[in-house]
Design a protein around this ligand. Structure first.
Ligand code: HEC
Ligand code: HEC
Length: 283
């Protein structure tokens, strides 16, 4: 594989002694709480050009890491969900509102995670879930917006995702969202940084590459926000993108930037058909 040496250095494992090996996803089935069955393998949607079958990143993790996601009491992401339940009910801002005073039970947002990012007609823009939450905070609550990748935001996204678990990701890529999707696709295949690597070089061409604890997956976002054992917190999509771009030694885009919004729509669409898993658990 042409890019292997670049990949190895990109993963900062240059001192590694063993040769990288390739291994496919495992055969495990994902049931959460013995109750929610997740689709972790499904035929790729028609717009995918180089991949036939989609696999959740869960299928590339060790049995130990997989097990943590299978029980909400074990999954540390649920501490974030609990914290978000407190903010959901809390009145904040000059309008004297809480999320709950308008939306009622969080179950009313069931299905929402699966279709975002989504075109918002009134605003005339593609909105990520983070943007929508901040829009509600600012325009409906007269409260301060949360940092795009902040703890309170990650927690709220975990809560909103949790009520859609098991539902298929189904973002729209046509109509008014199409131009943003095309932009995201361009960014996905664009080589960046000193290492001249694109997302596709790793998450399409090199899927299965094993380098120590890292087993390269398709880079799906159906599991976000993701509790990472590495940094022991919930990670949002744009924070993860930032880390991956940085690994190519490129200047990275800002979380919430037009580029990352477009990239998120495109990457989400590459997971259409997989289950919403968030909050998931990864390395
Ligand atoms: C004053 C009422 C009000 C408050 C308070 C409020 N929202 Fe909303 N929210 C709305 C309305 C109305 C919409 C739908 C209209 C729109 O698209 O802007 C909406 C839309 C949403 C959506 C998108 C739903 C969809 O189907 O696409 C999410 C997610 C959301 N709100 C989350 C929150 C969260 C989280 C909070 C608390 C931080 C909150 N909202 C506070 C009124 C409110
Ligand atoms: C140098 C190789 C490399 C490049 C280039 C790269 N990534 Fe990654 N990425 C990784 C590794 C290693 C992981 C951790 C193992 C895994 O989940 O695949 C990862 C993980 C991810 C994940 C988390 C998957 C999950 O299941 O939680 C996402 C999402 C992701 N990458 C998206 C991207 C995007 C978008 C780009 C382009 C901007 C990109 N990556 C570029 C190496 C790379």
């Amino acid at each position: 594989m042409k890019n292997t040496s670049k990949l190895v250095s990109a993963l900062a494992l240059a001192a590694m002694t063993s040769t990288p090996a390739l291994a496919g996803p495992d055969e495990d089935q994902l049931w959460v709480n013995d109750e929610i069955q997740m689709v972790t393998e499904v035929a790729a949607p028609a717009h995918m050009e180089n991949i036939d079958t989609l696999y959740s990143g869960w299928r590339y993790r060790s049995n130990e890491t997989q097990a943590i996601q299978m029980d909400d009491f074990e999954n540390p992401g649920f501490v974030g969900v609990e914290n978000a339940m407190v903010s959901w009910a809390k009145v904040e801002g000059d309008a004297g509102e809480s999320c709950q005073s308008c939306h009622g039970d969080v179950e009313s947002l069931k299905g929402v995670r699966a279709v975002y990012p989504r075109w918002n007609e009134a605003a005339g823009e593609v909105r990520t879930l983070e943007m929508q939450v901040n829009d509600c905070r600012v325009t409906r609550m007269s409260a301060e917006e949360w940092g795009y990748t902040s703890g309170p935001m990650a927690n709220m996204l975990a809560l909103i995702s949790s009520v859609s678990r098991g539902m298929p990701v189904n973002v729209a890529i046509d109509g008014p969202a199409q131009a943003t999707w095309e932009h995201g696709k361009e960014l996905y295949y664009m080589r960046t940084g000193q290492l001249e690597l694109s997302c596709a070089n790793c998450h399409e061409d090199s899927v299965g590459l094993m380098v120590r604890a890292d087993h390269l997956s398709q880079g799906q976002i159906n599991g976000f926000p993701t509790y990472r054992l590495k940094n022991t917190k919930l990670n949002t999509v744009h924070a993860r993108f930032k880390g991956c771009v940085r690994d190519t030694r490129a200047q990275t885009y800002k979380p919430g930037s037009a580029e990352f919004i477009a990239l998120e729509l495109y990457v989400a669409s590459r997971g259409n058909g997989l289950s919403v898993e968030g909050p998931s658990v990864r390395n």
